[in-house]
Design a protein around this ligand. Structure first.
Ligand code: UDP
Ligand code: MG
Length: 320
């Protein structure tokens, strides 16, 4: 049987503490898989997303001692989405698996994912968390609402709870790389490209070490990103609102005329209320337009999604 390469793509931001644990775990899993399927080969491709701690140092050491370790180190922090993209772009494997460095995505699931995908029945195997144990209740509430909103206004179905832990065929990876957008919302991109996907249901796992960089505000902005990238319904929303306001304005004029005719006189409060509501709605609609405009603006610049400052190749050349 011809050999098959599996690329393990891992975005890392300030993960020096957890990386050695992750490396131990992933190499163990790889060895087990090779015992069962001798034709499998591995590469571990880490993306250092401008970490401020010793992540790059750890990666350099790993790359020197293990040929299979590769890395791309960004010139600054570009965000996890850019990290995932860089990983997919640089991966050479016939299969690519993406997972977080913090062991929240247990590497021991990879053999099972491989079985699903290599059977030919699926192009992708991913995990979907079914419990939000250990997560603040408010965050769970907003996450749940986010999926409801986006799935009711977007034509791309976003699977609730789906994680960035995915095992994919080369075809699917190439399809993802064909999507050149700068504002990347992976959950949407994975759904948009399609391909038969098997979801393995998992419980929520806590981080092995270090701390999460995603707080409520970051997640909120990320969900707006998702809505903006995969639905233009908010643009139509402003149109519907404008229509409703025109109707309301006509009603107001009718009332004003009736008042004038019967000599009742209009209330100041009503006028102030109307002014406030009108102003508010105009601002809202302008805001929605602005949101899309800003995304269009960023896309039109066609900037690179990341800048690499170092890879294991350039580093090894330098230290030789
Ligand atoms: N990450 C990244 N760039 C960032 C933030 C995070 O590459 O700007 C990586 C991080 O190292 C981890 C994964 O993305 O491997 C998920 O991040 P984190 O664990 O902080 O998020 P959470 O699991 O809490 O959603
Ligand atoms: Mg995490």
């Amino acid at each position: 049987m011809n050999s098959e390469l599996i690329s393990v793509v891992v975005p890392c931001y300030n993960e020096e503490e957890v990386l050695p644990l992750f490396y131990d775990e992933i190499t163990k899993v790889a060895a087990e898989m090779q015992k069962e399927h001798s034709h499998l080969e591995f590469e571990f491709l880490f993306v250092n997303d401008g970490s401020k701690d010793g992540t790059l140092k750890v990666l350099r050491q790993l790359a020197l001692k293990d040929e299979r370790v590769r890395y791309v180190s960004f010139s600054r922090n570009f965000g996890k989405e850019a990290g995932l993209f860089a990983g997919l772009e640089n991966a050479k494997g016939d299969y690519v698996v993406t997972l977080d460095a913090d062991l929240q995505h247990p590497p021991k699931l990879i053999p099972q994912m491989y079985e699903y995908v290599s059977s030919g029945e699926y192009h992708c195997a991913g995990t979907r968390r079914i419990s939000r144990k250990g997560e603040p209740a408010l965050l769970s509430f907003f996450s749940g609402s986010f999926y409801k909103v986006i799935n009711s206004i977007s034509q791309t179905h976003i699977v609730e709870g789906a994680q960035d832990f995915r095992f994919m065929t080369r075809q699917m990876v190439d399809a993802i790389l064909e999507m050149p957008e700068y504002n990347r919302f992976s959950k949407g991109i994975f759904s948009w490209v399609g391909f038969e996907t098997k979801y393995i249901e998992v419980e929520n796992t806590e981080r092995a070490a270090g701390k999460s960089t995603f707080n409520f505000w970051k997640l909120f902005k990320y969900s707006l990103e998702g809505i903006c990238a995969f639905s233009t319904a908010p643009l139509a929303f402003s149109f519907v609102l404008a229509l409703l306001m025109c109707i309301a304005a006509v009603v107001m004029y009718v009332i004003a005329i009736v008042c004038a005719v019967t000599g009742v006189g209009g209330g100041t409060a009503a006028i102030i209320g109307t002014v406030l509501i009108t102003g508010g709605l105009i601002l809202l609609c302008t805001g929605i337009n602005g949101m899309y405009l800003s995304k269009t603006y960023m896309e039109s610049k066609a900037r690179p999604k990341y800048v690499a400052a170092e890879t294991e190749e350039t580093y090894k050349k330098r230290v030789k």
